[in-house]
Design a protein around this ligand. Structure first.
Ligand code: C5P
Length: 241
């Protein structure tokens, strides 16, 4: 059975392999998945992936958010598939062909998640980028449209804010995985930082999120391990109730 900690994806948004290893040692057993993003992957290369696999049972999410011509995406995803990670990302914004290329390159060895609309983006940004009024006025329409495109392409799921999960699950089915960043616990002094479409851990889970990406609320806490445990307790108390 899925435990409360299994919902937590901790992004190793750190500059070096050394710093990441310290975080992995501290949070192993308290989060269900570690996410390796561009900053760390550029700094450390694939060694950090092997390290996470060797030290514990946490899942691994390689979040490189690919965005290129289909041939390049497919070939890059083939290399990612060889690394033995559980999830990898590709942007939904460009074309269905790019998403299909990512799925083809995965060869069934890694689950592909489509990035719908970043949680740092709000409707003014979408309007300024030249999108149709219908999408600028209601970002969730754009998120759902991209999620359905990802589903058609064969992706396992999407990255979306906690505000859009319910609609995505209704239209794409409950098995279609929803990974939600932009999570902020309702703790005193908590700030949204650059995130715009924000939910608490309990709200996101009540809306149907399968995994929550929670970075700065844990990383920047005085005691990161205690913060992760506190979030698990909140998930247990409110999320399932
Ligand atoms: O919790 P915090 O805001 O620190 O989380 C930041 C992390 O969430 C980064 O690793 C960023 O790449 C990730 N993120 C994401 N998709 C978004 C927004 C943020 O994967 N739409």
């Amino acid at each position: 059975m899925k435990k409360a900690k299994d919902y937590i994806v901790f992004p190793l948004d750190l500059p070096s392999e050394r710093a990441a290893r310290e975080c992995v040692a501290m949070l192993s057993g308290h989060v269900g998945m570690f996410k390796v993003g561009l900053e760390l992957f550029i700094g450390s290369g694939p060694d950090i992936i092997r390290h996470i696999r060797d030290v514990g049972s946490a899942k691994i999410f390689l979040d490189l958010k690919l965005h290129d011509i289909p041939e390049t995406v497919c070939r890059s995803m083939e290399r990612i598939a060889d690394l033995g990670v559980d999830f990898a990302t590709v942007h939904c914004g460009e074309s269905q062909a790019m998403l299909e290329a990512a799925v083809r390159g995965s060869r069934g060895k890694v689950k592909i998640l489509g990035v719908t609309v970043l949680t740092s983006v709000q409707h003014q940004d979408v309007a300024a980028a030249g999108f149709r009024d219908e999408f600028a006025a209601d970002l969730s329409k754009l998120v759902v449209k991209r999620a359905l495109m990802a589903k058609d392409a064969g992706c396992a799921g999407v990255i979306c804010s906690g505000l859009e999960v319910r609609m995505i699950k209704e239209q794409a089915g409950t098995d279609f995985v929803a990974v939600t960043p932009g999570i902020r616990p309702a703790w005193e002094g908590m700030t949204a930082d650059d995130q715009q479409r924000v939910t608490t851990p309990a709200q996101a889970i009540q809306n149907g999120s399968d995994y929550l990406v929670i970075g700065r609320p844990i990383r920047d806490a005085d005691d990161p391990k205690a913060a992760a445990i506190r979030i698990s307790e909140e998930i247990l108390r409110k999320g399932e109730g």
